[in-house]
Design a protein. Structure first.
Length: 569
């Protein structure tokens, strides 16, 4: 390559002259960018051949213009409706404010006359380019238009999603399918599914009311409304979702369950667990997004403190006994269980799980889908497991005495048992088992570890800011004199182009309680959850509130979030 003459002009030459990229690398970048059908600047930044801020500085100087920092832009002032979203995505150019008859458009490459002309034609306004950094521009588009930032979603088009159905229903009827398969309905539903994945939502809610219809996503644990289609489409939307998930669309009086598999690339698929519920004004449909990659994050990504992680790993290494995880729906119990199973999943270990339903398929683990209608309950599955020489058994949830008794017996006879319960704290889990009818001695001798957990929103590192709170108020919230002596800072959310309302992602808050000899004695003496909690604190195990306060001290989350998920106690 070095022996060949290299010629290029414009911005490429200027970037090379500034020493940001070598001439040979620039020539390859130009060719590769054309092959990948992306702009040169986008290619240089995404491939990390040059930094976005340095490229933007060169461009701004070349055009004699100042460089605009998108982090300083108030998203509320962006005139989103002036330019069609397709044009914004096609040219990577975002209108950021309007003054009179002039529209100012953020661009990383202001030499693109075609983009300026398209913006001018679409808006009927005079258009002026504003130089911005490529990486910040991409984040702004993703934030404002809920856009896709990764190549694995690049093949998604309005009606061409690759959808597989895993379950079948022999009672599915043709009644209503014609309406459900109308192109606008199909395109709209597909967009809702794709947007939910883009936004990192955990659930989608399709909700009919008397005079309106709304669609909401749960993002970072908080519901947010995203669309209000006409109420006249209610039946068509529910029918389309039921067709996709292989439900009986003629049955509108009883709840149903289904599943959708959506291929987002050749190597990645995302499952949706679907449930329909008859309400006063139609069927509410809820889709839970089941992303297998969440189970592969590893224990370090879950947010355990070092001492809590050590207790978790110690419990996983024991050849027998019970490890129980508790918390409300949506608190991340399934991800914690699957993380533990992935650690234990080796070629020399026999693992079986009973789940209702199986949420994420794990290679190398024998997973059973509980089906109460056919008689395949948790208890029946557990009995079958014990006749198949298991090393580790996972029960999706202990709901009744029969399941609890079999699980305890398995834990006492050389098996590692993992399961979940719905309680508010680790001490309450032990008393719940006793209230179910499990003898105190069996609880004390079979349970090794109990984990109670919640998910709290993580503060955006780009915009969080320090808030001044008096020491007396901090002590009222649970901080100690020792905490205050460290001089930690409390942060609060602000909001910027990189986050939503000052938060970005979630992190776990945990109460990890080992059953110590003292706690075992309290259980056998019929002690209550308060007695167990006192013994847990004496043993040095943080409760949920204390674990949350430590996350605040670390600057990971805010006091408002900890109060929301644990209560201000």
């Amino acid at each position: 390559m070095s022996g060949q003459p290299i010629s290029f002009g414009g911005l490429a030459r200027q970037i090379v002259n500034e020493g940001l990229v070598s001439a040979e690398a620039m020539q390859r970048a130009i060719t590769d960018a054309q092959m990948e059908k992306v702009t040169l600047i986008n290619y240089l930044v995404t491939k990390k051949l040059a930094k976005a801020d340095k490229i933007a500085w060169v461009i701004a100087r070349e055009f004699g213009d100042s460089l605009f920092d998108l982090n300083m832009l108030d998203p509320a002032v962006i005139p989103k409706d002036i330019i069609d979203e397709k044009i914004v995505r096609q040219f990577s150019a975002v209108p950021i404010f309007k003054r009179g008859s002039r529209l100012f458009v953020a661009m990383s490459d202001p030499t693109r006359a075609d983009a300026l002309e398209a913006m001018r034609f679409s808006s009927r306004l005079a258009v002026e380019a504003v130089v911005v950094e490529e990486d910040k521009l991409a984040k702004l588009i993703e934030r404002q238009y809920e856009g896709m930032s990764t190549a694995e979603f690049s093949g998604f088009g309005g009606e061409d999603l690759d959808i597989e159905t895993e379950s079948t229903d022999e009672n599915s009827a043709d009644n209503g399918i014609a309406g459900a398969n109308e192109a606008p309905v199909v395109k709209f539903i597909n967009k809702m599914l794709v947007d939910a994945i883009r936004m990192g939502a955990s659930d989608l809610h399709f909700e009919p009311y008397e005079k309106s219809y709304r669609i909401r996503y749960r993002v970072d644990g908080v519901m947010r409304e995203v669309a209000r289609p006409p109420i006249q489409l209610a039946n068509k939307l529910s029918s389309r979702l039921k067709v996709m998930s292989q439900m009986d669309i003629s049955e509108r009086r009883m709840p149903q369950d289904g599943r959708i598999k959506l291929k987002v690339s050749k190597t990645k698929a995302i499952d949706f667990r679907v449930n329909s519920l008859p309400t006063l004004f139609g069927e509410k449909i809820v889709l839970r997004i089941l992303d297998a990659s969440s189970a592969m994050m590893g224990i370090d990504a879950l947010g355990y403190e070092p001492s809590q992680k050590a207790l978790f790993m110690e419990a996983l290494e024991k050849p027998q006994g019970m490890l129980l995880i508790t918390g409300p729906t949506g608190s991340g119990k399934t991800v914690s269980l699957y993380t533990g199973l992935n650690i234990l999943n080796t070629v020399d270990t026999n693992i079986s799980t009973a789940e209702d339903p199986v949420e994420i398929n794990l290679e190398g683990i024998n997973q059973v889908n509980v089906n109460v209608k056919t008689g395949l309950t948790f208890a029946v599955a557990l009995r079958a497991f014990l006749r198949q020489d298991p090393d580790i058994v996972m029960v999706g949830e202990i709901r009744d005495l029969e399941t609890a008794e079999i699980a305890v017996k398995a834990a006492q006879t050389g098996h590692m048992v993992m399961s979940t319960l719905h309680t508010n704290s680790a001490p309450e889990t032990l008393t719940r088992l006793r209230n179910m009818g499990v003898p105190s001695f069996n609880i004390a001798t079979s349970v090794n570890l109990v984990i109670a957990q919640r998910l709290t929103r993580r503060l955006c590192s780009a915009c969080k800011t320090v808030v001044d709170i008096p020491a007396a108020s901090l002590k009222e919230m649970g901080f100690t004199d020792e905490d205050l002596a460290t001089g930690f800072k409390v942060y609060q959310p602000v909001g910027c182009t990189e986050c939503r309302e000052g938060y970005k992602g979630r992190v776990g808050v945990y109460e990890v309680m080992k059953v110590t000899p003292e706690i075992a004695r309290i259980i056998m003496e019929e002690g209550n959850s308060i007695d167990i909690a006192d013994a847990s604190r004496r043993a040095g195990f943080n409760d949920l509130r204390r674990s949350g306060l430590e996350k605040v001290m670390q600057g990971v989350t805010s006091l408002q979030e900890i109060n929301r998920v644990t209560g201000n106690e």
